[in-house]
Ligand binder design. Structure first.
Ligand SMILES: [Zn+2]
Length: 363
């Protein structure tokens, strides 16, 4: 009933009519009125939010929720970077996508931008169907005043950490698997950075969505916490920021918070200002969360899907649209993007994936 404008004041049984958006009331003031009413934000905070630019790295479950919340909150410009396409197994938790997106294998960044346009056409969304790497990070994150982690791997997080410390912009770490979630704000010069807390990526067997599964409530909760901290930064409420590494397990009803403290003098990144990830010195292959696959991203080329389709048709099944070509050959599925990047499903063997790429796409 709050949406029926002539009687909007009846939200809490108050028998009083409020004016709808019209002469004297800006559409933005009406759209964001409930958020402006919240004292932590207010009209000034909303103005700052509307003038801000956020980058979301990854648009799976965490990225979907972040993009939804921040776009509805009126963040003026949102860059969404994702290298993947929508699949039916995503729909359980990735709240921005539809069955049609999965059927058409739409790239997540483009599907996200299209759906955001349906509920908030007044903000600017910049989708990038790309893998964030040292060679494109400055271009893709340029102008963003905060970077939000919605990735599924530590390699990209260390890369974001290097970039954020070097350029002095805040970023927020977030991770979720099974019923577990964790998040931490990184404010360069003020708080510990990711490398202060985790000098090395976790070793041994790391649980992923692929092995441990994931609850949609856990990943959406971590995204909600991250979005709230982002709104604090954007609206200028830095005193309200959490300065802990927060983690929880929703199934076990456990949660903990560890104070992260300030930057460590002996930290390679924020102490010694050595940016090895940004320099591309520690970049191995990347396998994706949620499936048995390898991404090949070392071949930048413009590809002609019609030509490739003709060439590959004797070797398997092919389907393509404007943005992606899918090719099934035996136990393998190759998804080729129009810049030459490919995701090869059915193996975690890098050498085999490279061989399949060279054989079917080109070396
Ligand atoms: Zn550090």
């Amino acid at each position: 009933m709050g949406n029926q404008r002539p009687t909007a004041a009846a939200d809490h049984g108050v028998q009083q009519l409020k004016p709808a958006a019209g002469p004297g009331v800006s559409p933005a003031a009406d759209r964001y009125s409930r958020q402006i009413l919240f004292p932590g934000i207010g009209p000034k905070g909303q103005e700052r939010i509307s003038a801000s630019h956020v980058a979301i790295v990854g648009c799976g479950a965490t990225g979907s929720a972040l993009a939804t919340l921040l776009a509805r909150a009126g963040v003026g410009k949102i860059t969404i970077i994702d290298r993947d396409y929508v699949e039916s197994s995503n729909l359980q938790r990735q709240i921005l996508f539809t069955e049609a997106d999965a059927l058409e294998s739409r790239p997540k960044a483009l599907a996200a931008a299209a759906h955001i346009g349906e509920f908030n056409a007044s903000i600017e969304v910049r989708p990038a169907v790309a893998d964030l790497h040292p060679g494109n990070i400055e271009e893709l994150l340029h102008g963003a005043e905060i970077v939000l982690d919605a990735t599924d791997n530590f390699e990209t997080r260390y890369l974001i950490n290097d970039y954020a410390i070097k350029t002095n912009i805040p970023w927020i770490y977030a991770a979720a698997v099974a019923a577990y979630g964790a998040t931490m704000n990184i404010l360069p010069g003020e708080t510990a950075c990711l490398a202060c807390i985790f000098p090395e990526p976790p070793g041994g067997t790391v649980e992923t969505c692929d092995t441990a599964g994931i609850l949609n409530s856990a990943v959406n909760l971590v995204a909600s916490l991250e979005a709230t901290e982002a709104l604090k930064i954007l609206s200028g409420a830095r005193n309200a920021l959490r300065r802990t590494l927060l983690s929880f397990d929703l199934w076990q009803n456990e949660h903990s918070e560890i104070a992260t403290g300030g930057p460590r003098h002996d930290c390679l990144v924020c102490g010694h200002r050595e940016f090895h990830h940004l320099a591309g010195e520690r970049r191995p292959h990347i396998t994706l969360c949620g499936r048995n696959s390898v991404q090949i991203h070392e071949h930048h080329r413009v590809v002609d899907f019609s030509e490739i389709s003709r060439r590959l048709s004797p070797h398997g099944t092919i389907k393509f649209n404007d943005t992606i070509l899918k090719f099934w050959h035996g136990a393998y599925e190759i998804s080729l993007f129009d810049d030459g990047r490919a995701i090869i499903k059915g193996t975690t063997d890098i050498a085999l994936a490279r061989t399949l790429y060279a054989r079917f796409i080109g070396s």
